[in-house]
Each structure stands twice: as structure tokens, then as C-alpha cells.
Design a protein around this ligand. Structure first.
Ligand code: 5AD
Ligand code: SF4
Length: 376
């Protein structure tokens, strides 16, 4: 037999075995149902990508949401952790196609809060019983490492946990904030679909985003990440990969928000039920990582006025009430329709308390660090 024929035979045999193996790989999914997948994840807190996709596609959302609510109750209890959010600058040097704060949006009135005033907002928040301050802004170079370090240490003097959400920085910058006392860092991966990420975030790259998250982890921060659910061009397959990525880090906190179209951005306005999609992602994350912190994000309230409460009953255990001064709120328009624009920090504090009580949950008096439970 000539060597060409032998080679062809080998290729045919390999192809045959490859297909057989593939069939065996998808068989369990073909015969899977919501009950068997939920049983598996409740027992083992693991799922393969195909099973995650099955849950993302399911119409049987009631079972999914209540399974996540039970796991939340078992591992995090009924306490809701509050994180007081100060949106201290809406300047941003980046140009993400979906975001209202993008550099090229000339319709935004830009503002910056001076370091002393940020520290003063935090001091007032102490009186409302908050334990964590989240400092959020666009990527604004006005806040040099020295200025940020001064803000962080000024806030730490009031015995707060400090969370930063100020974008992509160098390892040295992340280290300097950590040395100044910052405890946690939020940096959403947004999407792990590299082509989509690089298209939606011009001048940025998924590789660098992932490197930033690795650096944050290396420096001993509690790591928060997450995605936008419903980005134009995003698929359920890519969301399943996002979930696998968040579990692989593994994150201490996962923030998921629905995409909300902003008319002053160049992105297309697509229709879809991103509220339900966000809830599904929250619930799957809760089932896979029972002890992490998961916020009921403010954007959920834009799509459903009970949105954050529904999220709290589907796996979430954190709320981030705004303590941004009322005069600035309407200018921090990442997406339109943000709730509580006319409210004061005091209004938000008491409104949130009432909402939490209305679903028989209570505000935590602890600092709300992620306590990794053994075996998870
Ligand atoms: N809709 C929903 N979320 C958005 N973000 C930015 N633009 C939008 C939008 N149009 C989210 C991003 C960012 C966070 C601060 O706000 O995930 O990380
Ligand atoms: Fe800037 Fe963040 Fe908006 Fe991107 S998503 S433009 S980095 S504020």
C-alpha cells in the first residue's frame, strides 16, 4: 500500500473517532434537563460550558432563580452588605462605544470632586452606618497616584473598607493604592469575546484587561469583576465563557448589569430582555460560587422598578447605594434612566433600608469581606 493511502486511512479513522468522542461529549447535554443540571451544580458547584449555556437558554427561570436564592440563603444568610458609592469624576480618557461617559461624548457636563470633598462625603457616610466606600470614576488622569493615595488614606482614617473602581492602571499604580490602604478593586471584564471587546473598546485590549485583573489579584485586593449583559454582538455562548472566566479567577465579587442603550453613543440600539438575562447570569454565578459577593446593580432598577429587590431574591447579597452629592448625579450618566438622580445620600440610605426590610432581609453590620468557605 502506498504511504498516501495509509495516510488517508489514518485521517479517516481519526476523523471517525473524533466524531464518536464528540457525540459522547454532547450526549449528556442532549439528555440533560433543568433538574439534573441544578442537582449537579447544587452538589458540586461546577458546570461545564455547555451546561451553563443550557441554563442561559432555559425558559424554566423560576426553578433557576429559586435554586440560587436557596444557595444564597445557605451560604450568605439574609444579610445584605451595603457599599456606599461615590462617583467622583465623570471625565474619562477611554472611548468605550457603549458608555455615555466616553471621551468623545461632547454632550456631557464634566465634573470632578476635589480630594478633600471626597473625604468629607465619606466622613458623612459614617453616620449612616456604612462600612465600605466605593470610589468610582471614569479613567481620569487628574487623580494622580499621589492624589488617590491621599484620598484613600484619608478615608481609611475613618475605619472604612475602601473599594476602587477607577479603571485600568499599571501594576505600580495598583500597588501604590494598595499600599495607601485600598482593600478591593472592581474592574469588569465586560466581555471575554476578544473580537467584540476590542471592537467595543477602541484603544484598549482584552489581553491588557485580563492582565490588570491578574495584577489586582496578585496584589492581594479582593477582586471584583463582571460583565454587561446584552452588548450588541454578544452571544449566549460568549456569556457562558465569561462565566467560566469569572469562576477561573476566581472573583470575590461579581457585578452584572444589563446593557442600556445611550443615544449619545455610536453603538446600535438593539432590543432584548436583558433584565432577565442579567438575572440568569447572577443566578448561575451564585450557584457556581456560593460564597462570593454579588451586588444587585443599580442598572437593574432602570429596567424594572423592583429590579434590585428581584436580584436580591435571585442570588444577590450586596447593594451599592449612592452617596454622590445630588448636584453631580445627573452628570454621571453612563446609561440613561438611572434611578435616584434627585435623591440625597440620606434619601438613598433610608430608601434602601426600607426596601431590604420589605423582603425580610437585614442590613449587615459587618465589613462584608468575602469569606471563602472550605470545599468551594
Ligand atoms: N449600559 C450598562 N452598563 C454600562 N456600563 C457602561 N456603559 C453601559 C451601558 N450603556 C458599565 C460598564 C462599566 C461600568 C462602570 O458601567 O460595565 O464597567
Ligand atoms: Fe470610561 Fe468606563 Fe465608560 Fe469605558 S465604560 S468610557 S472606561 S467610564
Amino acid at each position: 500500500m502506498s504511504s498516501v493511502i495509509v495516510m488517508n486511512l489514518i485521517v479517516i479513522v481519526l476523523f471517525y473517532f473524533y466524531n464518536i468522542l464528540n457525540i459522547f461529549a454532547i450526549l449528556p447535554i442532549m439528555y440533560a434537563n433543568i433538574e439534573s443540571i441544578l442537582d449537579k451544580v447544587v452538589q458540586s458547584h461546577t458546570l461545564c460550558e455547555k451546561e451553563i449555556l443550557y441554563l442561559l437558554e432555559t425558559k424554566d427561570t423560576k426553578k433557576l432563580f429559586s435554586a440560587a436564592d436557596e444557595i444564597r440563603k445557605k451560604y450568605s444568610g439574609d444579610e445584605v452588605h451595603l457599599r456606599a458609592l461615590i462617583e467622583f469624576s465623570n471625565y474619562c480618557k477611554q472611548n468605550c462605544l457603549y458608555c455615555g461617559l466616553r471621551r468623545d461624548n461632547s454632550h456631557v457636563t464634566r465634573y470632578r470632586v476635589e480630594p478633600q470633598d471626597i473625604i468629607e462625603s465619606a466622613r458623612k457616610a459614617k453616620n449612616y452606618g456604612y462600612k465600605t466606600i466605593v470610589l468610582q470614576s471614569g479613567e481620569d488622569s487628574y487623580y494622580t497616584v499621589e492624589r488617590m493615595a491621599k484620598i484613600i488614606s484619608g478615608i481609611k482614617d475613618f475605619d472604612f473598607v475602601v473599594t476602587l473602581s477607577i479603571g485600568e492602571k499599571t501594576f505600580e499604580e495598583y500597588k501604590a493604592y494598595r499600599d495607601a490602604g485600598a482593600d478591593r478593586y472592581l474592574l469588569r471584564i465586560e466581555t471575554t469575546d476578544e473580537t467584540l471587546y476590542n471592537k467595543l473598546n477602541p484603544g484598549m485590549s482584552l489581553k491588557n484587561r485580563m492582565l490588570c485583573i491578574e495584577n489586582i489579584k496578585k496584589l492581594g485586593y479582593e477582586v471584583g469583576s463582571g460583565i454587561i449583559a446584552g452588548l450588541p454582538g454578544q452571544t449566549l455562548e460568549s456569556i457562558a465563557k465569561d462565566i467560566v472566566y469569572l469562576k477561573s479567577i476566581p472573583v470575590d465579587m461579581a457585578g452584572i448589569g444589563p446593557f442600556i442603550y445611550h443615544p449619545d453613543t455610536p453603538i446600535e440600539n438593539i432590543k432584548g430582555d436583558f433584565f432577565e438575562l442579567s438575572l440568569k447570569i447572577i443566578t448561575i454565578l451564585r450557584l457556581l460560587m456560593p460564597d462570593i459577593n454579588i451586588p444587585a446593580t443599580t442598572a437593574m432598577d432602570t429596567l424594572n422598578k423592583e429590579g434590585r429587590l428581584i436580584a436580591l431574591q435571585s442570588g444577590a447579597n450586596v447593594i451599592m447605594p449612592s452617596i454622590t452629592e445630588t448636584i453631580y448625579r445627573k452628570y454621571y450618566e453612563i446609561y440613561p434612566g438611572k434611578v435616584c438622580l434627585g435623591a440625597t445620600p440620606a434619601d438613598c440610605r433610608y430608601c434602601i433600608e426600607n426596601k431590604i426590610k420589605s423582603i425580610n432581609r437585614r442590613i449587615s453590620t459587618g465589613k462584608g469581606f468575602h469569606i471563602r468557605q472550605s470545599g468551594l
